[in-house]
Ligand binder design. Structure first.
Ligand code: CAA
Length: 241
């Protein structure tokens, strides 16, 4: 397979870390984007050798600048994995406007902010692989996550629309919707709530970041060119779409 340049947002921790490593192992030159945690990013770089770049994926100007930096360092981006995501859980009657806007910015505005500076080059080169990370909770809803569920459901619509626009240009756009996985985001859920969640997963365990990474690595292959506009659920049977 040609050596592709891949950009993974939220790529230094959790599911993004596993995706970045899987794409590197598949022969891609990888850029991992992070926003807040410098220490984790440096540890990731030391451990994997993968280049890290810092910017806010919810900010259009920062994304355009960041994409230009990655392009200068590694070459034009062929593969984009929109993985960065945050939670600010609260039932709506307690949710603040800040909690709402923060989640919409990072989890949904980022789809536009990251794809917009990359899509024209992908069209010109007639090749692109975009994988957007959704969530089981965008599919089924979740108590305490009106912001997150709205953003993740939005990711599915965005994926379908962009898939139609890219289809004639060799650009595939898919969504991978993980269930509850072993990451800091999930282990941060209140203990009693998490226990109930695990009990409701038919395969009897949380997912792993590698479970998700294997699917993403498959979807970005050159020969996965007939797969587009789809949403793949990886949730241990917890929610059957
Ligand atoms: N359905 C119906 N009612 C529920 C409920 C549910 N799932 N969960 C809680 N309630 C009820 C409670 O029974 C309680 O009712 P009473 O007062 O009548 O007893 C009331 O709602 C208040 O519940 P809490 O005490 O939980 O409310 P809180 O304000 O203290 O906490 C919360 C709210 C922080 C959102 C908490 O419910 C919570 O952590 N929920 C889990 C949210 C979750 O799953 N987040 C996933 C994060 S990981 C992720 O998002 C990754 C991914 O993609 C999968």
């Amino acid at each position: 397979m040609t050596s592709r340049v891949a950009l993974v947002t939220g790529g230094t921790r959790g599911i993004g870390h596993a995706i970045a490593v899987a794409l590197r192992d598949q022969g891609c030159r990888v850029a991992a984007v992070y926003h807040g945690n410098d220490e984790a990013a440096q540890a990731f770089h030391a451990q994997t050798g993968i280049d890290v770049f810092r910017w806010d994926v919810g900010d259009c100007t920062a994304c355009a600048d960041g994409v230009a930096r990655v392009t200068r360092a590694l070459g034009p981006v062929d593969v984009l994995v929109n993985n960065a995501g945050i939670v600010r859980d609260a039932p709506l009657h307690k949710m603040t406007a800040e909690q709402w806007h923060a989640v919409i910015a990072t989890n949904l505005d980022s789809m536009f902010a990251m794809c917009r500076p990359l899509i024209e080059g992908m069209r010109e080169r007639r090749f692109g692989r975009i994988v957007n990370i959704g969530s089981i909770n965008g599919q089924k809803g979740q108590y305490g996550q009106a912001n997150y569920a709205a953003a993740k459901a939005g990711v599915v619509g965005f994926t379908k629309a962009l898939a139609l626009e890219g289809a004639r240009y060799g650009i595939t756009v898919n969504c991978v919707a993980p269930g509850y996985c072993e990451t800091e985001m999930v282990t941060g859920v209140r203990e009693d709530v998490l226990k109930a969640i695990i009990a409701s997963i038919p395969v009897g365990r949380l997912g792993t970041p590698q479970d998700v990474a294997r699917m993403v690595a498959f979807l970005v292959r050159d020969d996965a060119d007939f797969i587009t506009g789809a949403t793949f659920s990886l949730n241990g049977g917890q929610y059957l779409v």
